[in-house]
Design a protein around this ligand. Structure first.
Ligand SMILES: O=P(O)(O)OC[C@H]1O[C@H](OP(=O)(O)OP(=O)(O)O)[C@H](O)[C@@H]1O
Ligand SMILES: NC(=O)CC[C@H](N)C(=O)O
Ligand SMILES: [Mg+2]
Length: 491
């Protein structure tokens, strides 16, 4: 996942885009970029690093204009290089800057078509650059000097007909305005917001509503699956459903880990969904081990805190902050290499010994993916003197790759893939391991909005809502496993 944001304001927007991106930073820590429309020019600044490192005062002052988009990146395709930072830009048939959250599963076919049929050059390995060129091509074939909403909606319909995968996108079309759209499955989130100022109404779109809270925008609604939203230079809003077939299946992992708890996604409070995950898991613990003998419930900061607090409450066991997190270290899971991830866990988390000594502790994490965190944390709890170390995961075992914008491409790197829960318990070194059931996870989210009938649960169930070619899975394993990435870095 990455973070995207777009604003059509009445005054300069660069600093609001910057602030919005800092609040979306948890969705991508590798690169960031902002593009604005300054009269007849697109201004663009992007690079590797955190938002605060990428934008100097000088860079910000060049980003003039009252319309703009921003992106923070967590790579799922291509390399981590700065050339693949977003927004991307094309100069034909219009100047278009483009930012994308998600991942396409038919990039290769589209890349070939772009080159052979549509005569467009793609300069990087990024799927997002391919997607931008599909949009540009679909605008080009309409052969218009003057754009209208109809032409843009038609172009987005063309994108939906050709692209497969997860995509929530924002684009600046020079001389026209801002365009945002979401794939027909609504896999990645996108929300629409507005703010009324003395100068007039302003609109924004963002990956998560938390960006609006910070900027003083009101969350209006989610952009619907397959829908496109246009906000013209003059601040006029147009919306239309552009996909022939829609099957609403938002990614359930957003609720488990990716999103901030203070965001609303699909009218569901992520915070409340996590509380319900904790309650459900407590019910399972009480069913399986009524005499559990747990002395303290200890969350693995940060994301597990919410679920763990509800779990402790439901068990009637004290909730204790047994691990202290170094606030200057980012999220471990979305770091690009395993070496860095392993080192970061120890640097990031440190035990408060007295919470462990001679106690039966239940450590709670939101999810266990590669097992990088849980393995080390269990050992730390033992070293701190715990009598028994139990481990609970608020999500089910992750056994299958994610191909829609989360970088878990390689089955062999997932600790639970091909293993029973008991085997994972042993591999992690826990005295007892308990996972959430998938049906309970689904319930925890669905209880917030009964209109959500289905989810993308692929990393738990192995079911891919867009359909998937087995060869694609083999290919991303080859290209994007940690070993493959490390080999690329050496070259
Ligand atoms: O099994 P693993 O491969 O270790 O992945 C799972 C862990 O990674 C994430 O934490 P992360 O440090 O990324 O972020 P957080 O501070 O938001 O919990 C997640 O919350 C789990 O703790
Ligand atoms: N996590 C994402 O959304 C990544 C977007 C895009 N696939 C990239 O790699 O840049
Ligand atoms: Mg964590």
């Amino acid at each position: 996942m990455c973070g995207i944001i777009g604003i059509v304001g009445t005054t300069e927007v660069a600093s609001a885009l910057y602030d919005g991106l800092t609040v979306l930073q948890h969705r991508g820590q590798d690169a960031a970029g902002i593009a604005t429309v300054d009269g007849s020019r697109l201004r663009l600044h992007k690079g590797n690093g955190l938002v605060r490192d990428v934008f100097s005062q000088a860079a910000m002052s060049g980003l003039r204009g009252r319309i703009g988009i921003g992106h923070c990146r967590y790579p799922t395709a291509g390399s981590e290089g700065s050339a693949e930072a977003q927004p991307f830009y094309v100069n034909s048939p219009y100047g278009i800057a483009f930012a994308h959250n998600g991942n396409l599963v038919n990039t290769d076919v589209l890349r070939r078509e772009m080159f052979q049929d549509d005569r467009r050059h793609i300069n990087t390995e990024s799927d997002s650059e391919v997607l931008l060129n599909v949009l540009a091509h679909e605008l080009q074939i309409q052969d218009r000097m003057e754009l209208t909403p109809d032409h843009i909606f038609k172009a987005v319909a063309g994108v939906h007909a050709r692209a497969r995968g997860g995509y929530a996108c924002v684009a600046l079309v020079l001389g026209y305005g801002l365009v945002a759209f979401r794939d027909p499955h609504g896999i990645r989130p996108l929300v629409l917001g507005e703010r009324v100022t003395p100068e007039g109404r302003e609109y924004a779109v963002a990956s998560e509503s938390v960006a609006f809270d910070v900027l003083g925008f009101k969350r209006v609604r989610d952009v619907m699956p397959g829908e496109a939203v246009i906000i013209t230079d003059q601040g006029k809003l147009h919306t239309r459903h552009c996909a022939e077939r829609v099957l609403h299946t938002p990614c359930i992992f957003e609720y488990v880990y990716l999103a901030r708890p203070d965001s609303m996604i699909e009218d569901v409070s992520v915070y409340k969904a996590r509380l319900r995950m904790g309650e459900k898991l407590a019910e399972k613990i009480l069913r399986e081990r009524p005499d559990h003998g747990i002395d303290a419930v200890i969350p693995i900061p940060d994301t597990a805190r919410t679920a763990a607090s509800a779990l402790a409450g439901a068990l009637g066991v004290p909730f204790r902050e047994g691990f202290v997190k170094n606030r200057y270290i980012g999220r471990t899971f979305i770091m690009p290499g395993q070496g860095e991830r392993v080192k970061s866990v120890r640097r990031k988390l440190n035990p408060v010994e007295l919470e462990f000594r001679k106690k039966n502790v239940l450590l709670v994490d939101d999810s266990i993916v590669r097992g990088t965190t849980s393995k080390q944390i269990i050992q730390m709890a033992r070293d701190a003197g715990a009598k028994n170390v139990y481990f609970a995961s608020a999500a089910p075992p992750v056994r299958y790759p994610n191909v829609y914008g989360i970088d878990m491409p390689s089955t062999s790197e997932l600790v639970a893939a091909g293993h029973t829960e008991q085997e994972v318990e042993q591999m992690l070194g826990a005295d007892w391991l308990i996972y959430q059931d998938l049906k309970d996870l689904i319930w925890a989210v669905q209880d917030g909005n009964e209109n959500l009938k289905q989810f993308d649960t692929s990393c738990f169930s192995g079911e891919y809502v867009t359909g998937l070619d087995q060869r694609y899975l083999e290919q991303i394993q080859m290209l994007r496993s940690d070993d493959a990435k490390a080999a690329r870095r050496v070259v």
